[in-house]
Design a protein around this ligand. Structure first.
Ligand code: UT7
Length: 322
């Protein structure tokens, strides 16, 4: 049997940091409200002209270095992003060119905050079928470009960043299972209404920003993360107490804590970066993973659970041995 394993992780955050105090000078909000309701203290913001592929490329070179591989070894590129550099070509193709390679399949996956887990699911299947040996899977976002800085209900929540992993073919898991789902009827609760085929119009500028019914998304996220955790553990006959680390999507500390409680996991076994990075959508899980791998918390051989939830709604999970 062929499986895939994570051979290397990498991440990158833009230099500029925007704290809650900075936001107080920009809108009617306060540090205490943001911390209490979300757990967020600060977020990173891409510089003018800094693109999603810039962030992704920096994360990729760190992941390649950890995996002790060269760009030439990559034979599949999957990028989870909702903030591509261009309408087309895909950010994956742009990254391929910038890595100096050509020929391998390269495409973006648009699953909002679940983009990385969706990408992992796809790449794992390529590797299991023998279609690829080394897959680059990225979650990368410049959400600041689609944030309405005049809307305090959303502006305080998001940040920019990128995370990447190199998946490698191996003869034992690695990735044990991935689970991805969607339910398109919740479109109105979390969206950027401005698009292309529905009539791109600069006069509808307000529609080019994230719009969210926070309360409704919150309730749905908590319930859905509970069900995806149960599905994943039951499928593999794994007891929740056997998990070493929970690496959730980083949207809100209250959502993360609720999911951890249901898993009976102490917060010391949960990777939390939302305080430092805010919600970076598809980048949040690989960013959290890389942070904990590099600071020595997550070690080789440990059992990890990833969980994501985002616009669509989309949601997904991965159970893996690191
Ligand atoms: O990654 C994709 C998934 N996204 C998520 O998972 C996000 C899910 N939602 C959430 O995280 C939370 O719903 C929010 C953090 C967005 C909001 O927290 P909440 O506890 O649901 O607050 P709320 O929306 O019920 O607002 C409570 C109050 C309101 O005032 P009134 O109407 O009670 O007077 C808001 O106007 O807080 C007010 N408020 C703020 N106050 C200060 C809303 N935003 C702010 C703000 N600063 N930035």
């Amino acid at each position: 049997m062929i499986y895939s394993r994570i051979a290397g992780t990498g991440s990158y955050l833009p230099e500029k940091v925007l704290t809650n105090k900075d936001l107080e000078t920009m809108m009617d909000t306060d540090d205490a409200w943001i911390r209490e309701r979300t757990g967020i203290k600060r977020r990173h913001i891409a510089a003018d002209g800094e693109t999603t592929s810039d962030l992704a490329l920096a994360a990729t070179s760190r992941a390649l270095e950890m995996a002790e591989l060269d760009a030439d070894d990559i034979d599949l590129i999957v990028v989870g992003t909702t903030t591509p550099d261009k309408v087309f070509p895909s950010t994956a193709c742009i990254i391929q060119r910038r890595l100096g390679i050509s020929g391998c399949a390269a495409f973006d996956v648009q699953a909002a905050c679940s983009g990385f887990v969706y990408g992992l699911d796809v790449a794992d299947r390529y590797i299991r079928t023998g279609a690829a040996k080394h897959a680059l899977v990225i979650g990368a976002e410049t959400l600041s470009r689609i944030t309405n800085w005049e809307d305090r209900t959303t502006a305080v929540l998001f940040g920019d960043g990128a995370g990447a992993v190199i998946l490698q073919a191996t003869d034992e898991p690695g990735i044990i299972s991935t689970h991805i789902h969607a339910d398109g009827k919740y479109e109105d609760l979390l969206e950027v209404p401005q698009g292309i085929s529905n009539g791109y119009d600069v006069l509808r500028a307000q529609e080019a920003y994230i719009q969210m019914n926070g309360n409704a998304v919150f309730r749905r996220a908590v319930a859905t993360l509970d069900s995806i955790a149960r599905e994943t553990l039951e499928k593999n006959n794994v007891d929740k107490h056997d998990l070493d680390w929970f690496v959730p999507h980083q949207a809100n500390l209250r959502i993360i804590s609720a999911a951890a409680r249901k898993l009976d996991m102490p917060m010391e076994r949960v990777i939390v970066t939302v305080d430092e990075h805010a919600n970076t959508s598809s980048a949040s899980i690989p960013l959290a993973l890389d942070t904990a791998v590099r600071d020595g918390r997550i070690k080789r051989g440990e059992l990890l659970l990833f969980e994501a939830f985002g616009a669509g709604f989309t949601w997904g999970s991965a159970l893996l041995r690191f």
